[in-house]
Design a protein. Structure first.
Length: 219
């Protein structure tokens, strides 16, 4: 990685999620890190009522604590027959300490006997700098909930989310296939298309941050 590459922290400990983002931004002058690359930092309370609120809270908090630009996403599965649940509670659908297996098992129980299987994934990306300002990107992917687990790739609800145009679940896709069509992939594609402008924006904001703190400008 070039010495001139900007460090961008993905505000997650989910290595699958950070690897998706790393693969998307490959070739650009950014060095992707995630929370596993740093010492312990306090947990962010994801108590927002929307994906956008939670994404911004995570990105802004991480940027302020670590001093680097931070990218956070808040993603979730919204099932039509369940009134939009699990929604912003997707990661803890089966309880605060629930894992993917428990969340998927609960979803299958809740969907037992229901013929309407329509659902969609939503992703909101928030890219924040330590001073607070942020950029936001959002995308949706429509699909169906299967009646059993299919595939072992990905994470979260991927084995239960069937994407009709490709005839398979996210759990049956390669990371490249999923990145082309998923909610996160689509949001990242929007970000990627503007990345040169974004990097210039980040450079300017981080330089302003140095001046604000009274740090000497880089030679």
């Amino acid at each position: 990685m070039s010495q001139n590459a900007m460090i961008l922290v993905v505000a997650t400990k989910n290595r699958g999620k950070s690897e998706e983002i790393r693969s998307f931004l490959k070739g650009f002058p950014v060095e992707i890190r995630d929370l596993n690359d740093f010492g312990p930092i306090p947990e962010v309370s994801e108590d927002g009522q929307t994906f956008e609120e939670n994404a911004y809270k995570k990105a802004s908090f991480t940027a302020k604590v670590l001093g680097f630009p931070a990218l956070a996403d808040d993603s979730g599965l919204e099932v039509e027959a369940l009134g939009g649940a699990p929604g912003v509670h997707s990661a803890r659908y089966a309880g605060e300490d629930a894992n993917d297996e428990a969340n998927n098992a609960k979803l299958l129980r809740e969907m037992a006997g229901i013929s309407n299987r329509r659902a969609h994934f939503t992703c909101v990306l928030s890219l924040a700098v330590p001073a607070g300002p942020a950029l936001t990107y959002e995308a949706v992917c429509e699909g169906m909930i299967t009646e059993d687990l299919r595939g072992s790739s990905g994470f979260g609800y991927d084995p239960l989310f069937f994407y009709p145009p490709m005839g398979k679940t996210f759990g049956e896709m390669t990371i490249e296939e999923k990145s082309r069509v998923s909610h996160r992939g689509r949001a990242l594609q929007e970000l990627k298309q503007e990345l040169e402008k974004i990097i210039a924006w980040l450079d300017k904001r981080m330089e302003e941050e140095k001046i604000r703190r009274g740090a000497p400008e880089c030679c």
